[in-house]
Design a protein around this ligand. Structure first.
Ligand code: G3H
Length: 539
């Protein structure tokens, strides 16, 4: 294996022309108050997880740099967002829903033109395969289109007046204020936009800080953001989280905190807000989703789901299956099939056809994963697959650890990488206890056919996690399904429709249904005197 790994990384001219990135991308622009400003200060170097062969061996490739803005620019961005919101009297929060939709549709059209650039940067910045990078881009565009459709429907349902107990009223959703949106490095486009776009379309103004990796890929979209939205509605900053985002939270001027990352990061930032009751948080956090293989499971299908569940994008998905519990009666056969399937996974560079295992973007990640493997070995687990845990610079070949137990760090910690811990169980009560006692509560996957047992487990988990998957891996999609979690895994629920709700609040205009009041209401509607009180129907 180690001899083969020597050929993992390409020479510069072995990168297919279509996937080469242009020379070093020195990105100095950031967006504040409708202006793309140029940063003259220190830059943050962006290294690709894709190393390049040199005569001295593979070397990390510096593909660009991004601005290391300071607290001052962050606060300037916040001021721009606060001004654009103008205590709810800004052009954007008062704009009609159909006009806001037109701005978002304009953005979507401009965004689609940048597909090639963004997809290429997804591959180079985070090592995501070409296929998955394209999928991330297209899924994000679909999400924006679906959001527009969902908002139209929401608005149509609010277009009518309601009469109740002698009152007549109109109930509509309005924005919350200034939103801070931060996404994760594993879905730097998709997950970020699943909060950013709903926040915007509902009339909030936004400060957006890209993830820690997958930062350059926002650059091709900066002009689209600038040109599609009114001044100050979207502000995009770069820099160290603590310095920039910490300063924003301390002002107390952030009304909505949309963050996908670790629960520790979210806690630290939330605590900085001086008026916590004024801060609405929408958080997607850590997870340790178990896959449970029951004695009568269809093993071929369970293996296929567990392989993609635990190893797609090298296990770097919050929804990944991060521990497998296999019933003792099928453990040997399951493992044999599972290891055979893993042997088939092709490793290589993100653009290679059919590849699924690629280098990891986080510096130090391979050391962390190797540490988990040696800790598990010390406590009695074996690495079951040939070459499991082999490391070559930023590349880590998947390690299947078996049997794992509660003494091992990997039993509890979210590895967020290509290490697959497999535990054996005799009694389903042990698996239930694992889920109940876990600090996380995102999803579980149950693989089995005995309806009575499946139902028993489902009922044991319904108050523990946000989604129970039967004979399928854990996942977020379809994006119309609610996506949430319990305990340290999430706060709030996202989906196309739910996101519109979490970034807004209902306001009611109500009156006693007397003849005089009805006449006033009628006049307001007929003469189109109010933006809120209106029966206009978006087609
Ligand atoms: O990283 C967490 C993502 O929301 C997972 O989404 O299940 O579609 O990969 P996915």
């Amino acid at each position: 294996m180690s001899a083969m790994l020597q050929h993992l990384f390409p020479e510069p001219d072995q990168v297919p022309e279509a996937h080469r990135i242009p020379a070093f991308i020195e990105q100095r622009e950031y967006l504040i108050g409708g202006v793309l400003k140029k940063w003259g200060g220190t830059q943050n170097a962006v290294f690709s997880p894709v190393y390049i062969k040199t005569p001295d061996g593979p070397a990390p490739k510096a593909i660009g740099s991004t601005p290391l803005l300071t607290k001052m620019e962050a606060l300037e961005a916040l001021d721009a967002a606060v001004r654009a919101y103008d205590l709810g009297h800004g052009e954007w929060p008062l704009m009609s829903v159909s006009d806001r939709i037109a701005h978002v549709e304009d953005f979507l059209q401009r965004m689609r033109e940048k597909r090639t650039d963004v997809v290429r940067l997804l591959m180079w910045e985070i090592g995501k395969t070409l296929k998955d990078s394209e999928k991330e881009f297209d899924r994000t565009c679909d999400y924006i289109g679906d959001t527009v459709r969902a908002l139209k429907e929401l608005d149509r349902n609010s277009a009518k007046l309601v009469e109740e107990q002698g009152f007549m009223a109109q109930i509509r959703r309005v924005p919350l204020g200034v939103a801070l949106c931060m996404g994760p490095f594993n879905y730097p486009l998709n997950e970020t936009f699943t909060t950013l776009i709903p926040a915007l379309i509902m009339g909030n103004t936004v400060v957006f800080k890209p993830a820690k990796f997958g930062v350059l890929l926002i650059q091709p979209l900066l002009e689209a953001f600038r040109d599609s939205f009114p001044t100050g509605v979207v502000n995009i900053i770069y820099g160290r989280g603590r310095e920039t985002v910490g300063a924003l939270m301390e002002t107390g001027k952030i009304d909505v905190f949309a963050f996908i990352g670790t629960n520790k990061g979210a806690n630290d930032l939330k605590k900085l807000h001086p008026k916590p009751h004024r801060l609405k948080s929408i958080l997607g956090l850590d997870a340790k989703n178990p896959g449970i293989v029951l004695p009568d499971a269809d093993l071929d299908s369970a293996v296929a789901e567990c392989v993609t569940g635990s190893l797609s994008f090298n296990g770097q998905r919050c929804t990944a299956l991060k521990i497998l519990f296999v019933h003792r009666s099928v453990a040997d056969v399951f493992l044999e099939k599972f290891l055979a399937a893993i042997r088939q996974l092709k490793w290589g560079m993100p653009w290679e056809p059919g590849v699924s295992l690629t280098p990891l973007p986080e510096p130090g990640k391979t050391d962390y994963l190797s540490g988990l493997v040696s800790n598990a070995r010390q406590h009695g687990a074996r690495v079951m697959n040939e070459n499991g845990g082999a490391v070559f610079h930023s590349f880590f070949y998947p390690a299947v650890l078996y049997p794992v137990n509660e003494k091992m760090a990997v039993f509890h910690e979210e590895q967020f990488g290509p290490v697959v811990p497999v535990a054996v169980f005799d009694d389903e009560a042990d698996v239930i206890r694992y889920v109940v006692n876990s600090n996380f509560g995102q999803q579980v996957s149950i693989f089995g056919n005995d309806s009575a047992q499946v139902a028993r487990l489902m009922d044991a988990f319904v108050n523990q996690v946000g989604r129970i998957n039967l004979n399928t891996q854990s996942q977020r999609g379809p994006d119309s399904f609610p996506f949430n979690g319990r305990k340290d895994s999430a706060e709030g629920t996202l989906s196309v429709a739910d996101a519109l709700r979490v970034f807004s609040i209902r306001t009611v205009v109500a009156t006693r249904a007397s003849d005089g009041n009805k006449q006033i209401i009628n006049r307001i509607i007929r003469n189109r005197e109010s933006g809120f009180l209106s029966t206009d129907y978006i087609l």
